[in-house]
Design a protein around this ligand. Structure first.
Ligand code: NDP
Length: 256
């Protein structure tokens, strides 16, 4: 059980893409700190399994099947969360995809799909939770960026644009909603062992060794590495922290 500034008892969190990978790592941290969780994803079996697992922490968890690129689906997601869990205090905008192609090979549909999933969804979800957060007297928005919020990526132009954009969107929400006692921050993961990067490792020759060589911690990140930052940014411990972009990367971004 968590007490003091990290205690989330009585709080309600929406975690998009909370059914696996980094989102599930964050949802586990929030649940262990006492928050009730709405797990959001498109895959019903995965989402139901994640919600069932999170309930083992003694909190309430619901599985919400939604494609967060759609305004109506997002409104339904927020409506159901408020109806079933009573309020919204925390939003983790984590849903994300990548399409690995250089800029000259990426077509418009691919560009749109990455931007909609990684960036537009954060806008839709943040806008949709704003009234509920205001009504609750404040809130916490945690957006997931990437090392590609900082560095260019020859093989991921839309992904890098979406992840650069999400940092600026985070700053804008932080400034706009400070008066509503809403703090918005971004987390920039380094290379983390998830389905997303398992596929990349299969597709990109030498990626595994490159990541180990370039990461001072000399390992891939684990989804458990995201529990602490999620709890910090979701709790009163971070009430004077807003508009930041915090790397959780084993030192990748400071490696010379
Ligand atoms: P995963 O592929 O494991 O997880 C992605 C999650 O997003 C899944 O839960 C998926 O659920 C959900 N999702 C994707 N599209 C949608 C959609 N349209 N609507 C609702 N949910 C959606 O990847 P990661 O855990 O690695 O990635 C999570 C976030 O972290 C992403 O934003 C990614 O860009 C970022 N990141 C990851 C890094 C890494 O090294 N792994 C590094 C830097 C950033 P479902 O399939 O059910 O829809």
């Amino acid at each position: 059980m968590t007490t003091g500034p990290f205690d989330l008892t009585g709080k309600v969190a929406i975690v998009t893409g909370g059914n696996g990978g980094i989102g599930l790592g964050m949802a586990r941290g929030l649940a262990e700190a006492g928050a009730d969780i709405a797990v959001v994803g498109r895959n019903e079996a995965k989402s139901n399994a994640a919600a069932a697992e999170l309930k083992q922490c003694g909190i309430r968890a619901i599985s919400v099947i939604a494609d967060v690129t759609g305004k109506t689906a997002v409104a339904d997601m927020v409506g159901r969360t408020v109806r079933e869990l009573g309020r919204i205090d925390i939003l983790v905008n984590n849903a994300g995809i990548n399409i690995r192609k250089p800029p000259h090979a990426l077509d418009l549909d691919e560009w749109d799909s990455v931007i909609r999933t990684n960036l537009t969804s954060a806008f839709l979800c943040s806008q949709a939770v704003h009234p509920a957060m205001k009504a609750a007297g404040g809130g916490k928005i945690i957006n997931i960026g990437s090392m590609m919020s900082i560095f260019g990526a020859s093989f991921a132009p839309a992904y890098a644009a979406s992840k650069g954009g999400i940092v600026q969107f985070t700053r804008s929400c932080a400034v706009a909603w400070a008066a509503d006692n809403i703090q918005a921050n971004a987390v920039l993961p380094g290379w983390i062992d998830t389905d997303l990067t398992r596929r990349a490792r299969r597709e990109i020759d030498g990626l595994h060794d490159k990541v180990l060589g370039r990461t001072p911690a000399a390992r891939w990140g684990a989804i458990a590495d995201f529990a602490g930052i999620a709890v910090f940014l979701a709790s009163s411990a971070s009430d004077f922290v807003t508009g930041t972009a915090i790397p959780v990367d084993g030192g990748f971004s400071v490696m010379g």
